[in-house]
Design a protein around this ligand. Structure first.
Ligand code: ZN
Length: 320
């Protein structure tokens, strides 16, 4: 009897310890993630309020001013990487601006967090492809990545890992009027060539590209080009998502997406993962949001932004 009671006592103690350990690890998980999805979503709506933001447009210039002040206020050094291209239709000169916000400039080994912040000039016409009119604000495709980076920036001055962090917003990802004719990834390609030819004592160890990560119906799959060039980073991100119970990160490899990570991986040779929800409803399906006037903030959510933000932030804090 005595020994039985003793055993029961021991099992009580074991469950008490187990609960305590679980609570501690839960506390640790939430302590690891200060990401505020509601605030990120407010940034998404604010960027959309600037209106369409194609390369060189008034909306783009307004958001550049706002984003520059935002990152400076949070302790970053902000640099404009500017160059000129010809407008694909009119032939006039257009200024392309990549915006680079640098945290901890003294750390030479660095992490790249990137997104494109231009929106395509027109929505795809759903009925008549020759009539390209309408207002495209790109809530998911154009605002969601920058919005989450605006939120992550709140935490980067205090980030005490071994790496510095650069937030890079690429311009002219899709300054495209004729899809067969015009070039994509103009800003990221320029950035990649500039870094490859003159790294300025900086070494990017890894990159994460955020594109279309605000979809309220979030599904993220490891993407094929990311798997080819940056498999260990893909594994780390998806393992962290699993550990955090974020099931929107699905384990199966799906989609090959040509995106700004192409020049980063191939020209700059920075192993870079594209986090992209390429299952955002597209034209031809029952609901079509992607590249249409329906890509508005109500199709996105604070929860999705927060989930992606938690994974990226946790990944950053664990880098060694
Ligand atoms: Zn797009």
């Amino acid at each position: 009897m005595a020994s039985r009671q003793k055993a029961r006592g021991a099992s009580w103690l074991a469950s008490f310890l187990l609960v305590t350990v679980c609570l501690t690890s839960l506390e640790r998980l939430s302590a690891e993630s200060p990401i505020d999805g509601e605030r990120a979503y407010r940034y998404l709506k604010l960027l959309c309020q600037f209106g369409p933001r194609p390369t060189g447009s008034p909306g783009m210039q307004q958001q550049q001013r706002w984003l520059t002040e935002h990152f400076q206020r949070l302790g970053a050094r902000v640099r404009r990487q500017e160059f000129q291209i010809r407008h694909p239709v009119t032939g006039e000169g257009v200024t392309v601006v990549n915006l680079i916000a640098t945290f901890h400039p003294q750390r030479t080994d660095r992490i790249l967090l990137a997104a494109h912040y231009d929106t395509r000039p027109f929505p795809d016409a759903e009925r008549d492809p020759r009539r390209r009119r309408g207002v495209f604000v790109g809530a998911n495709d154009g605002a969601s990545g920058p919005a989450l980076l605006c939120e992550l920036a709140h935490h980067l001055s205090a980030y005490d890992g071994p790496y510095g962090v650069d937030i890079v917003l690429f311009d002219a990802e899709e300054f495209v009027f004729g899809t067969r004719r015009d070039r994509y990834f103009v800003g990221s390609e320029y950035f990649a060539r500039d870094y490859a030819s003159n790294p300025n004592g900086v070494r990017y160890r890894a990159g994460v590209l955020l594109d279309m990560i605000g979809d309220a119906d979030l599904q993220l799959y490891p993407e094929k080009i990311s798997m080819q060039y940056a498999k260990p980073i893909v594994k780390d991100l998806w393992n962290i998502a699993e550990e955090l119970g974020i099931r929107e990160f699905r384990p199966r490899v799906r989609h090959e997406v040509r995106d700004d990570h192409l020049p980063l991986n191939r020209i700059a040779r920075i192993p870079t993962v594209d986090l992209i929800d390429f299952d955002y409803p597209r034209p031809g399906t029952r609901r079509s949001y992607w590249h249409t006037q329906q890509d508005t903030p109500d199709k996105c959510s604070a929860e999705s932004l927060e989930k992606v933000g938690r994974v990226v932030w946790t990944w950053l804090t664990r880098l060694q």
